[in-house]
Design a protein around this ligand. Structure first.
Ligand SMILES: *Cc1c(COP(=O)(O)O)cnc(C)c1O
Length: 356
């Protein structure tokens, strides 16, 4: 037998993996260090018992979308929901990009934007960020003029750098995208941890979508649920592409119940932002480059030792962070998720040992 081969672009792929190593302190995938608030799981369980298991779920997730939209003063028709924001982004690319079309990213940024572009057969253009990892508008202009991308991704706060794009930058990029008939997607997976949101720029005649997720802020990475806020005509197109009944009844229930606990979720974000400040101050005392962060993680680069060796030294002390040391443009860098104060103290102790 000659084994059937996947498309060439897929053969070349390595996939997207964060090693799942068994350690005491897991600070590698930007999850919330705390479980959801008390009463959440019980309320979900109660509603799960009431599901009509023999029936398909509400195909348009009407209740969930209305509840999410209400938090932003938007109708449910302007909310698209899917199994994690990764499925949201994939659906966006399948609908507005794909074969014969182009997407643009500015590296270094979230690996899934380029990965999903390749998976969907989209031609990918990789622009560069400035040396401080901010968006360079001259570079965006160059990419716009040379490639006229159909979909342009920004990520703010950016993963893995933590940098928040200035509102004026996002507005300027939006103007350029509007002028060429493209679509701007701002990935705000960490939006709740920063001060500015592109949600304020949404408008019915504005080619802008903003994606968010339950995985980080909402302490719900185990439930795969993400969403996108957009003009309703964009949501209508996405609904045509996504698989029928893609969002199961349990996910819809969990996502809706979570919104009953908004205050507790907001308090979690505030605690993490405070802890971020404490960790940042402590990291400043170590031989590291540290980047400012508007997210629930911090990017560092050891200045006295090789990043891979530091990563391994931390693993040996049962602390797992994300190793970005071999990623393009992130030579020697590590990304640390903000944990509980106890977890972060363990990280600091281990890091101090490894570095000194
Ligand atoms: C974690 C993350 C996501 C989330 O993906 P989910 O599929 O919702 O878990 C999306 N975008 C960025 C930038 C992320 O870091």
């Amino acid at each position: 037998m000659t084994r059937p081969t996947p498309r060439e672009s897929i053969t070349l792929m390595t996939g997207y993996h964060s090693p799942q190593i068994d350690v005491d302190v897991r600070l590698n995938t930007n999850e919330s260090p705390e479980p959801p608030p008390g009463g959440f799981a019980e309320a979900v369980a109660e509603q799960v018992l009431a599901i009509d298991w023999n029936r398909y779920p509400d195909r348009s997730a009407t209740k969930l979308r209305a509840r999410i939209g209400a938090n932003y003063g938007l109708p449910g028709e302007q909310v698209f929901v899917a199994n994690g924001s990764n499925e949201v982004l994939q659906t966006l690319l399948l609908t507005f990009a794909g074969p014969g079309r182009t997407s643009a990213v500015f590296e270094p940024t979230y690996a899934l934007h380029s990965h999903l572009s390749r998976v969907t057969g989209t031609t990918l253009v990789e622009g560069e960020r400035a040396n401080d990892f901010s968006i360079d508008l001259a570079e965006v202009e160059r990419v716009m003029i040379e490639h006229r991308p159909d979909v342009l991704f920004l990520c703010s706060p950016n993963n893995p750098t933590g940098i928040v794009d200035a509102p004026a930058t996002i507005r300027a990029v939006l103007d350029m995208v509007t002028a060429t008939g493209g679509l701007l997607c701002v990935d705000e997976a960490y939006g709740q941890f920063s001060d500015f949101s592109a949600v304020d720029l949404l408008g019915n005649d504005t080619p802008l979508v903003v994606s968010r997720t339950y995985s980080k802020t909402w302490a719900m990475a185990a439930v795969r649920l993400g969403y996108l806020l957009a003009p309703d005509w964009i949501v209508t197109e996405l609904e045509k592409v996504v698989l029928p009944y893609h969002l199961d009844a349990m996910t819809q229930v969990a996502g809706t119940v979570a919104l009953d606990h908004l205050d507790a979720m907001t308090a979690r974000v505030a605690r993490l932002v405070e802890e971020r400040g404490r960790l940042m101050a402590r990291l400043a005392d170590l031989p590291l480059d540290v980047w400012p962060s508007g997210a629930n993680f911090i990017l560092i680069r050891p200045t006295c030792r090789d990043g891979n060796a530091v990563w391994q030294g931390l693993v040996d002390r049962s602390v797992l962070v994300r190793n970005c040391a071999t990623w393009p443009r992130l030579d020697g860098c590590l990304r640390i998720t903000i944990g509980t104060p106890e977890e972060d103290d363990r990280l600091l102790a281990a890091l101090t040992e490894v570095l000194t």
